[in-house]
Write a protein that binds this ligand. Structure first.
Ligand code: GDP
Ligand code: MG
Length: 194
């Protein structure tokens, strides 16, 4: 699959603002600063579709992007785990993500992004457990693959698999937005889900 067009369709803070029922959706989730916006730009070939490197923890909306006309949608979930975010806001974050995961019939799968350098955090595990509970687990994107040597990738991937307690048939796709690698592999996975 190739992505030939991408448009921001809706920026939403609650369920009533979601776009009307439409094509299948793939959501992206992950810690703030993990590289979610960069990945979205990389996949869509639009350098500034999603703002990167902004103040961490700032995006607290569920953003819907229409891909290839409106053949499918990518949904950007709020980044979690930013230490300076107040407890009340963290709650709001959790509510927003769970509301979307629970209620969205169009949602086919959530790609959980995890920094390839680090062991999954407590919140990554919590997130992945949620995904399991809702039957949306099985696709993890290991970001910033350029930050480690090629030879170390397999080892880091297995640390992520173990940390999240992934099933055997779960897939981890290493990507680098900097070197533009992993795009084809990830798009193939997404195509398989649609
Ligand atoms: N080296 C490297 N840096 C990256 C990569 N992806 C994102 N970054 C950097 O990580 C920071 C956070 O990226 P961003 O996409 O805004 O993360 P988000 O908060 O998850 O949306 C920015 O400074 C990016 O330039 C990558 O693949 N390699
Ligand atoms: Mg972002």
């Amino acid at each position: 699959m190739e992505i030939k067009g991408a448009e921001l369709l809706a920026v939403t803070a609650k369920k009533s603002q979601y776009p009307a029922a439409g094509p299948p959706e793939i959501a992206f989730a992950g810690r703030s600063n993990v590289g979610k916006s960069s990945l979205l730009n990389l996949l869509t070939g639009r350098r500034n579709l999603a703002k990167t490197g902004g103040s961490p923890g700032k995006t607290r909306t569920v953003n819907f992007y229409a891909i290839n006309g409106d053949a499918f949608r990518i949904v950007d979930l709020p980044g979690y785990g930013y230490a300076k975010v107040a407890k009340s806001v963290a709650h709001q974050w959790g509510d927003m993500i769970e509301t979307y995961l629970k209620n969205r019939e169009e949602l086919k799968k959530v790609a959980l992004l995890a920094d390839i350098r680090h062991e999954p955090s407590e919140q990554d595990r919590l997130m992945y457990d949620w995904l399991k509970y809702y039957g949306l687990d099985g696709l993890v994107v290991a970001t910033k693959a350029d930050k480690i040597s090629r030879g170390a990738i397999a080892k880091h991937v297995s640390v992520i698999r173990r940390g999240l307690d992934m099933d055997k048939d779960g897939v981890v796709v290493p990507v680098s937005a900097l070197q533009r690698t992993g795009v084809k592999e990830l798009l193939d996975e997404i195509e398989g889900l649609l």
